[in-house]
Design a protein around this ligand. Structure first.
Ligand code: ATP
Length: 202
């Protein structure tokens, strides 16, 4: 079975993904692949650097903050970058998925699961949600971003209430990390059970 795991920035989806992986899921992290798409020497980075030379540092690597400054608040710029990153991530994800052991529960951690439409290709979609102010506080602590920078990033993502309507499972991350882990484990156990029923039904 293929599971989509998502949540807005700072919602806790990476922590939830670790729980799935710890229980034996085959985790594919789109963020890692998106970074790979714009790694030094990659065609994607060359295309972006040709348009915005300021986003490539003297050492030939992507300056992520400079790219963020270019794309947040500019929809056309964001679509241009997504048009480079998304096809790469899709292709690499499919390649990695093909290496999963037979019968594995495959979990795709995809920040833009609903926005990019990948949820339609998943057997079940899991959404992690957290109160807006808690997300802002965690991200300010982790990244040294300002509230304005965080709100701009949030505004570029799907409204969490709309995401709730599209998700099959919603994990509320409004307590401690241990609460999040326990709630994620409960959802994961359901999905592992369904996955093994699918296997034995074949
Ligand atoms: P991003 O898309 O920005 O990477 P994310 O949805 O993957 O965010 P995480 O990285 O899992 O979110 O969580 C954001 C930060 O908040 C991390 O430092 C994480 O350890 C912390 N965190 C998540 N949930 C909790 C919680 N319930 N209590 C305390 N800290 C938490």
């Amino acid at each position: 079975m293929r599971i989509g795991l998502t949540g807005g920035i700072g919602s806790g989806k990476t922590e939830a993904g670790k729980v799935f992986a710890g229980l034996g899921a085959f985790l594919i992290d789109s963020d890692v692949l998106a970074r790979e798409a714009l790694g030094s020497g990659m065609p994607g980075l060359r295309a972006i650097g040709a348009r915005w030379p300021q986003v490539v540092g003297a050492d030939g690597t992507l300056d992520r903050e400079a790219l963020a400054a270019v794309i947040f608040g500019d929809k056309e710029a964001r679509l241009f970058v997504n048009g480079i990153v998304h096809p790469y991530v899709r292709e690499r994800s499919a390649g990695i998925e093909a290496t999963a052991p037979a019968g594995a529960l495959i979990v795709h951690d995809v920040p833009l699961l609903f926005e990019a439409g990948f949820f339609r290709h998943c057997d079940a979609n899991v959404l992690v949600v957290a109160p807006r102010e808690q997300r802002i506080a965690r991200l300010m602590a982790r990244n040294a971003w300002t509230r304005e920078e965080i709100e701009a990033r949030m505004a570029a993502q799907i409204d969490p209430e709309r995401a709730r309507e599209l998700a099959d499972f919603v994990i509320e991350n409004d307590g401690t990390l241990d609460d999040l882990r326990a709630r994620t484990k409960a959802v994961a156990e359901i999905l592992f059970r369904r996955n093994s029923m699918n296997d034995s039904g074949e």
